[in-house]
Design a protein around this ligand. Sequence first.
Ligand code: BYC
Length: 319
Amino acid sequence: MNIQHFEQLFQSKIDKEIKIESKDWMPEAYRKTNIRQISQHAHSEIVGMLPEGNWISRAPSLKRKAILIAKVQDEAGHGLYLYSAAETLGMSREEMIADLNSGKAKYSSIFNYPSLTWADMGAIGWLVDGAAILNQVMLCRTSYGPYARALVRICKEESFHQRQGFETLLVLSKGTEEQKAMCQDAINRWWWPSLMMFGPKDSESTNNDQSMKWKIKRKTNDELRQQFVDMAAEQVKVLGMALPDDKLKWNPTTKHYNWGEINWDEFWAVVKGNGPCNKQRLAARNKAHNDGAWVREAANAYAVKKAKAQAAKEALEAA
Ligand code: BYC
């Protein structure tokens, strides 16, 4: 069998909705695209802990603090499932983390914006987790088995995150004039960056066509972004707030909302490392990695000690 034959068999499995598993034959580009996307996704979960971690010590009550700690811990867990899924494709966790820490690897643009007020915790939950869920519900049906299975669990937790964010904003939206203003200000600042999470327009997306063909992605960047606008435009009414877009208007013909234009120069600047917090985020990740060196050394030393003891026990039994 030649390579074309393998490729045909591979595509026919995808077309028949058979999941690809780590030991199956796959085109090198499929492996690479999955490593790229899954590791970027893992990095996003890990870096995504920083804007919210910033508010744990300042949460307004014990209950809010407990909820926020639980949410940030969930994000760490998501990162770990995703690193494990990416490792099944042959890249080690050490390499992935080195690429994140050196600035070589990408992570979601959204986490390069600062969390300035308590209302930002609500806006992140409602809008950022809300955008993430739409994307991740689609990814539960992605063609690579380990990625799809990791996403099923992530989505369950993510939907709780979105609800807690919305509820945080709902409380503020019914509060004092100052709290209402804080709520609106957070929505204003997080709205456009949330729309950028879905990636460039389909016409500018380098990976869309191939990823759709391989069913890594099931919906395009623009389809998901429109779904998100339609959802948020209705939910914001419940909050009695407004989305910061004067072009936002229901279109009865398309049965979707029309909306304004994303600032793509801003998007690319953030993706290329020049957003408001890119340097701060990488510095925080590098510090955490360096500060944790002793834990890794201790764990490795313990594993070596345990392996030696096991080998000695087996040698004794064999004698
Ligand atoms: N930010 O060809 P395209 C969470 C890059 S975290 C930065 O359309 P693709 C949470 C893209 O990588 C959830 N870069 O790409 C955690 C590509 O560059 P390369 C995060 C972006 O992959 C804590 C180039 O632009 N979710 O829920 O087909 C607290 C061209 O783009 C971005 C995921 O990671 C961006 N926004 O589609 C709270 C989902 N957009 O790599 C919440 C998994 C694009 O070719 N990822 N780029 O150099 C995906 O679904 C897809 O990768 C994307 C982009 C839809 C994001």
